[in-house]
Design a protein around this ligand. Structure first.
Ligand SMILES: N[C@@H](CCC(=O)N[C@@H](CS)C(=O)NCC(=O)O)C(=O)O
Length: 209
């Protein structure tokens, strides 16, 4: 019996669900997946059977619930210190937390104008000034993290919570063919090539079959 159950929404567009799902997968932590279809008349009722916030994702563990993607990531990282899901270096850890919080709390225009649609490709839309600023800021974050990263192709070398937080943005940039500089493109490819990302996309296809 797995110690963790993760309640998630549709894989084609539930960007918040992807984050803790990917974190658990890349960390190699077994978990039971519970799926709720979003955008259905009874979605809210279904989610409320698990989650007091009325939102997914939600982690169930030993009779205890943790909701919200970042809170779940923090909880998993605390439960599994050996996986170093935050960078071990204190300054890198502070930076990883800062950019994860920035993602969690920000980029509203990017989220509105480039909504996650993992299975489809769209022509690059004309972005508002706010969305263009968000896109530029994400690339600045990736570039500066990669410039400091040692020992691996992720934002802080090895895979951390920060990579999980930005993974849905990678899929948005690809879906809408957003121009990326070479460093950001290489980083995007690293995320897209993760076996867990491929598994998520296969799952999204199966949901729409
Ligand atoms: N801040 C929350 C946001 C969660 C959220 O907005 N989830 C969406 C799905 S991606 C949701 O559950 N929406 C409810 C609905 O569509 O009925 C988190 O980080 O987990």
């Amino acid at each position: 019996m797995s110690a963790y159950e993760l309640v998630i929404g549709d894989k084609s567009f539930s960007s918040w669900s992807l984050r803790p799902w990917l974190l658990l997968k890349v960390a190699g932590v077994p978990f039971i997946e519970r799926n709720v279809r979003l955008r259905q008349p009874d979605s809210r009722e279904q989610i409320l059977t698990y989650s007091p916030s009325g939102k997914v994702p939600l982690l169930l563990t030993e009779g205890f619930e943790v909701w919200d993607s970042l809170a779940i990531a923090e909880y998993i990282a605390e439960c599994l210190p050996e996986k170093a899901l935050w960078p071990r270096d204190q300054m890198a850890r502070a930076r990883a937390r800062a950019i994860s919080a920035e993602m969690h709390a920000g980029f509203p225009d990017l989220r509105n104008e480039l909504s996650m649609d993992i299975l489809n490709r769209h022509p690059t839309p004309e972005l508002s000034a706010g969305a263009a600023r968000d896109v530029a800021r994400v690339q600045e974050i990736w570039r500066s993290a990669r410039a400091e990263a040692r020992g691996g192709p992720f934002l802080f070398g090895h895979f951390t919570v920060a990579d999980a937080m930005y993974a849905p943005v990678v899929t948005r940039f690809i879906s809408y063919n957003i121009p990326l500089d070479p460093v950001c493109r290489a980083y995007a490819d690293v995320i897209l090539d993760l076996p867990a990302m491929i598994e998520w996309t296969v799952g999204a296809k199966a949901e729409t079959a």
